[in-house]
Structure formats: C-alpha cells, structure tokens
Design a protein around this ligand. Structure first.
Ligand code: NAP
Length: 298
C-alpha cells in the first residue's frame, strides 16, 4: 500500500531533496510552504510532480494549527521547515556550541504509531514545540513517536532552485563569498572541525530512522570531519580554475587537522551506511549545482 509522508518547507534545500527521494521510492508526498503562489521559490514542484503524487499546502510555523491538514493521515511527518540564519549577527548565537545550534534547527520526524484517527498531529507540528514538550526518544504520546536527525553542513545537488544556506557556505572557498567562509571558520572555531554531509546521505538517514521501528532519540548525521585548510587544499587541487586561497597564515586560529570528530556512530550501529565519505564524493555534484544556481561562474 502506498505510504504518505509530509515534508514541511518543500521549497527549502534539504526538504526538496527529501521530497524527491520519497517520490522516487513510491511514497505519496504532502508538502507545505508559506506561499504556494510564489513561483520563484516553488518552480521545482512541477518537475517533482512528474515523479509521483505531490500535493502542496500552505502552512506557517507562526500560525497554530496551520500544519494540521498537511499532516493529517500521513504515515510520517518530516519537520524540516525552520527559519535558518547561519550568519546571525547576534554574538550569543555565535558563541553557542554547534550542537546547541543544531538542536535548535533540527529537522524532526514524527512517526505515526498506530491510531491515526485519534491524535491531532497539528499539536506537535512545530519542531520547536515538539522539542520542548517531549524529550527525544521518550514514550510516544497519542501514538506519535519523535525521532530527530541533526545534520551538519549539508552539500550536494537538490531540486530547489534557490538556496540560502549551506550550499553557499560549502562553495564559499570557490566563490570567494566571505560571509560563507566566515560561517565555515566559525563552525571550526566553535566545534573543532568542519563537518560535512551529502544531502543524499542526509535524506537517506532521515528515511532510515523514519522507517526503522527501533529508531529512537537523536541521531547526528555527519559524513566527514575536515578543516578549512584541508578543504581549501582539496578544492584548489580539484578546481584550479577558481583560484582558491590556500594560504591562511594570517589566521592562526585555523586548524590543520580536525581537533574534534563528530561521530555518526549511533546511525552506523543501527545499520545505516554513508555513501559519501570523502571530500571528492561530497563535492561530486554541488559544484555543477552551484553553477546552475548562479553561485559559481561557469
Ligand atoms: N543546510 C544545512 O547545512 C543544515 C545544517 C543543520 C541543520 N539544518 C536544518 O535543516 C532544516 C532545513 O535547512 P535548509 O538548509 O534546507 O534550509 P532552507 O533551504 O532555508 O529551508 C528552510 C525552509 O523553512 C521554511 N520556513 C522558514 N520559516 C518558516 C516559517 N515561519 N513557517 C514555515 N516555513 C518556514 C522556508 O520557507 P520560505 O521559503 O517560505 O521561507 C524554507 O522552505 C532547517 O531546520 C535547518 O536549520 C540545515
């Protein structure tokens, strides 16, 4: 029987990739956006609708109950929509450890347990509310269980035709985008490494924990740990045409090698296998994607 999944924020980078994967796997998908008429943000839905049944709903995290219709009757709800600002000027945000930031920005997955008719899914639709109300992995209430995937900097191509977040940062050494590079440096300073994951592995991990009955709690999803210096050397070798800066002697806070390794051991223990574990693999398609989006010159 066809399963139905809701993915919130379908015009976002990660959500658009997840919708594509779900449709390709035979799911019916319901997605939400704040403005279904905004064709600049939603143009990729047309191509996705050719892959399978995809319906679009209007919903806003600031409007109580606005996700009810989209989530009603779904087997899974992937709560990916969230305001994202990796370049926050607020110093308090900068000083928080990365794990705290990730906790604030988690895409969460509500797995519908048994009784679909008796719960009101909209009551837990907001990731921020869900997080506050229930400890991750705690016993399901109203037949709903919550599993959380915390991704690191996500790279790779997706259907979304406008991106604002990690694609810009991951390409910053190639594009010369100083703000994006500052994000990478900030992450390295606060967490001891630059962690990367390919969007395809992230979506596979999200689906894995949704479908895996035993999955519970929080899962870190990181394909590899590197540093700005290592990344710059790799990109400079692989894409000489972009004149990547590799001399960072003016920045004595940057690391040669990761000081801390963020591990996805919990995912691996439960049987998940990453497909993209080298810089070569993670950067495989994001450069072409960056060119298509106008982030990088051809
Ligand atoms: N990309 C990463 O490397 C990374 C790393 C760690 C965690 N995450 C988390 O993963 C999730 C998705 O990230 P992303 O990179 O895909 O971000 P994104 O491309 O900016 O997507 C975010 C989506 O959330 C929607 N949204 C924002 N405010 C909303 C609101 N008030 N109500 C409803 N929808 C709202 C946006 O829709 P509009 O177009 O209507 O604004 C957009 O579709 C976020 O929770 C993020 O914090 C991402």
């Amino acid at each position: 029987m066809t399963k139905t999944a809701c993915v919130t924020g379908g015009n976002g980078y990660i959500a658009s990739a997840l919708i594509k994967m779900l449709l390709e796997k035979g799911y019916a998908v319901k997605t939400t956006v704040r403005n279904p008429d905004d064709m600049e943000k939603n143009s990729h839905f047309k191509g996705l609708q050719e892959l399978g049944p995809l319906s679009v709903f209007r919903a806003d995290l600031d409007e109580e109950g606005s996700f009810d219709d989209a989530i009603a009757g779904c087997d899974y709800a992937f709560l990916v929509a969230a305001p994202v600002n990796l370049m926050a000027e607020d110093p308090e945000v900068h000083n928080k450890p990365v794990t705290t930031n990730l906790r604030c920005h988690i895409p969460s997955h509500i797995r519908d347990g048994t009784d679909r008719s008796s719960h009101r899914p909209g009551g837990t639709a907001c990731p921020r509310c869900s997080w506050r109300r229930r400890r991750p992995g705690s016993r399901a209430e109203h037949g709903i269980s919550l599993v959380t995937v915390c991704p690191v900097i996500t790279a790779g191509a997706a259907p979304a035709t406008r991106v604002r977040t990690s694609v810009i940062d991951s390409l910053s050494l190639l594009s010369g985008d100083e703000k994006g590079l500052a994000v990478l440096k900030g992450i390295e300073r606060t967490s001891g490494a630059v962690q990367l994951v390919h969007v395809d592995d992230l979506c596979r991990a999200e689906l894995f924990v949704a479908e895996e009955a035993a999955a519970a709690g929080r899962y870190l999803c990181s394909g590899l740990n590197t540093t700005v210096v290592e990344l710059a050397r790799f990109l400079s070798r692989k894409y000489p045409q972009y004149n990547v800066k590799t001399d960072f002697t003016d920045d004595d806070q940057l690391l040669e090698k990761p000081r801390v390794v963020l591990s996805s051991a919990k995912l691996a223990r439960e049987g998940f296998e990453f497909r993209y574990t080298t810089l070569d693999e993670i950067y495989d398609d994001v450069v072409e994607y960056g060119k298509a989006l106008g982030i990088l010159p051809y």
